[in-house]
Design a protein around this ligand. Structure first.
Ligand code: AMP
Ligand code: FE
Ligand code: FE
Ligand code: ZN
Length: 281
């Protein structure tokens, strides 16, 4: 019995609906999954319903973009209270920033002579949390790029003409927000970050876990982060980061996390909820 604690649906930049994602998890015999759409928890209810029908447990979660020491980090929030008002208000703020960023990217493309309208991106995204993959798909659909990869390479990657920095909160604030909503904060795909130097700072900021297993982590990288988890007494998580058909084939099934890790995570979440919020980690 295995888990996958990292995936994205049409509620952010994935291509599977929550129901399709639940069915894909079932086909891979996963028994616990977490939906980690960027800056939203709006897909959790629908995915939870389909998971329940299939006998799968859904862990309510999200993936936030944060900044620490000038470096972008992705923070996963697990076992989030989906009704927490301050948490939800902040998600709306992040979503509005994403929508403004789409307008800014479209304006930059137009200045480059690429006639893409923001509305074309929103028509494809059909969600509150649009991102660069939607801009890339819109460019392909309008015949302005041949492939999504080409759209990223030409326009959307960091420091390319249509790249716009994303509004981000400090990692400190993101961790506090996740804790406020009863959740645990986990460093996503650390091997994809620029540096490990930020990890001790994240530990000081109260991070609870580290995503040791990820589709784009080598075996050596996973081992490295397992040792680090042990050293800093962090929970260990893992996930496929499946975005549906985004990059050719679904990544679901590429990570099969043993359930002991999920049970350890659950225990930590329960212990944290019993502590007063301002108590030291
Ligand atoms: P954003 O959150 O808008 O900055 O977009 C980041 C998302 O874009 C990531 O979560 C990936 O899903 C996707 N992405 C990043 N780089 C590429 C790439 N070169 N090709 C396709 N998708 C990408
Ligand atoms: Fe994504
Ligand atoms: Fe990420
Ligand atoms: Zn992700």
């Amino acid at each position: 019995m295995f888990a996958d604690l990292h995936m994205h649906t049409t509620f952010s930049d994935g291509t599977f609906s929550p129901e399709e994602m639940a069915r894909a998890a079932n086909q891979h015999q996963l028994t616990i999954v977490a939906l980690t759409d960027h800056d939203t928890v709006a897909g959790c209810a629908r995915m939870g319903a389909e998971c329940a029908r299939l006998g799968i447990e859904l862990v309510p979660a999200t993936e936030l973009t944060a900044e620490i020491d000038g470096i972008e980090v992705h923070l996963l929030g697990y076992f989030i209270d989906l009704g927490n008002p301050r948490f939800l208000t902040n998600l709306v703020k992040f979503q509005e920033a994403r929508q403004n960023r789409i307008h800014e990217m479209a304006a930059r493309l137009q200045r480059q002579g690429v006639p893409l309208k923001a509305e074309a991106v929103f028509a494809i995204a059909k969600c509150e949390s649009p991102g660069r993959p939607h801009v890339a798909r819109a460019l392909v659909q309008a015949g302005l790029c041949n492939t999504v990869d080409q759209a990223f390479d030409r326009y959307l990657k960091k420091n390319r003409p249509a790249w716009v920095p994303k509004f981000t909160i400090s990692a400190h604030d993101a961790i506090e927000l996740i804790h406020h909503a009863g959740g645990l904060a986990v460093i996503a795909h650390p091997a994809l970050n620029q540096s490990d130097d930020i990890i001790p700072t994240l530990v000081e900021a109260g991070i609870d876990g580290i995503e040791c297993f990820h589709t784009r982590h080598s075996t050596a990288a996973s081992q490295h982060y397992l040792l680090m988890a042990d050293h800093f007494d962090l929970a260990v998580t893992g996930g496929s980061d499946c975005h549906g058909m985004n990059r050719g084939k679904p990544l679901m099934g590429s990570i099969k996390l043993p359930l002991v890790y999920v049970e350890a995570l659950r225990k930590r979440a329960a212990a944290r909820r019993e502590k007063p919020l301002n108590a030291a980690a």
